[in-house]
Design a protein around this ligand. Structure first.
Ligand code: NAD
Length: 266
């Protein structure tokens, strides 16, 4: 758990893709600071319900779940409407849902390209399009997009992911300019490698693409990129998020916090 504390009582946050990995950790980090939560994401219904009940019981906040699929713009609109109508407010939107596929450009399946662009980039557009009017009307709001070190730097075999994440950075800056005078901010967090289910499956895929062992992928590809030689911890991302959503974060706008062990300094 992050040591940073911010009073978020009375606020509501939507976190896309919060049934697993980083999104679940960010949802818990916000709940631990008093924020009501709308969980979203795919997965086993009983596991999602167990997560919802655990957060609600542990942190004494209201926790709801909405099943919007980030491939479907109409469902994303419903998710935002659910937060503002059923929960009464929408103070924080964390666009986190994402998928990955690792393959050479000449072998990259077109349907994977389409799905990655839809989930990792277009869903951010659709969620922001519907959240911004609510936040403007409230006179305050915080949008935080979980992009990636790959929003600013490339690696081979991840064409769709890197194109989408670079797009998220451009979208973040554009929205920031449009909302700046309304008490709303839009920023990104760019994590390096975090040991989540998404990364675990990438280790196997990268080993296959590069013809090396999984241990070599971790040592020579992933942690090679990160000068600290350590995976990023969930709590370190929660700390960055809490700063951006706090009142102290009011003048951070259109920017990004890189939490990547120095990867982008190289
Ligand atoms: P994860 O696979 O653990 O979680 C992804 C979440 O997105 C899950 O809740 C999943 O259900 C949800 N999701 C996937 N497709 C969806 C869809 N169609 N509709 C709704 N929800 C959907 O992955 P993670 O590693 O926690 O990644 C979360 C975010 O962080 C992603 O945007 C990823 O690109 C980014 N990121 C991850 C790392 C890392 O090292 N893990 C590094 C940089 C950025």
């Amino acid at each position: 758990m992050a040591s940073v504390r911010v009073d978020l009582s009375g606020q509501t946050a939507v976190i896309t893709g919060s049934t697993s990995g980083i999104g679940a950790a960010l949802a818990e980090g916000l709940a631990a600071n008093g924020c009501d939560i709308v969980l979203n994401g795919l997965g086993d219904a009983s596991e999602i319900e167990a997560l919802r009940v655990r957060l609600q019981d542990d942190y004494k906040v209201r926790v709801a779940y909405h099943s919007a699929n980030m491939l479907r713009p109409g469902e994303i609109e419903d998710l935002i409407a659910f937060a503002s109508k059923e929960m009464g407010r929408l103070d924080i939107l964390v666009n986190n849902a994402g998928i990955q596929h690792v393959a050479k450009i000449e072998e990259f399946p077109a349907e994977k390209w389409d799905a990655i662009l839809a989930i990792n980039l277009s869903s951010v557009f659709h969620a922001c399009k519907h959240a911004v009017p609510v936040m403007k009307a409230q006179g305050r709001g915080r949008i935080v997009n979980i992009a990636s070190a790959h929003a600013l730097a490339a690696s081979p075999f991840k064409s769709a992911y890197i194109a989408a994440k670079h797009g998220v950075m451009g979208l973040t800056k554009t929205i920031a300019l449009e909302v700046a005078e309304h008490g709303v901010t839009c920023n990104a967090i760019n994590p390096g490698y975090v040991r989540t289910p998404l990364v675990d499956s990438q280790i196997a895929d990268t080993a296959r693409e590069r013809g090396i062992s999984e241990d070599e992928v971790v040592r020579d590809v992933m942690l090679y990129a990160q000068p600290t030689k350590k995976f990023v911890e969930y709590s370190q991302l929660v700390g960055a998020l809490l700063y951006l959503v706090s009142d102290d974060g009011a003048n951070a706008n259109g920017s990004s916090i890189n939490v990547e062990g120095g990867w982008l300094a190289k």
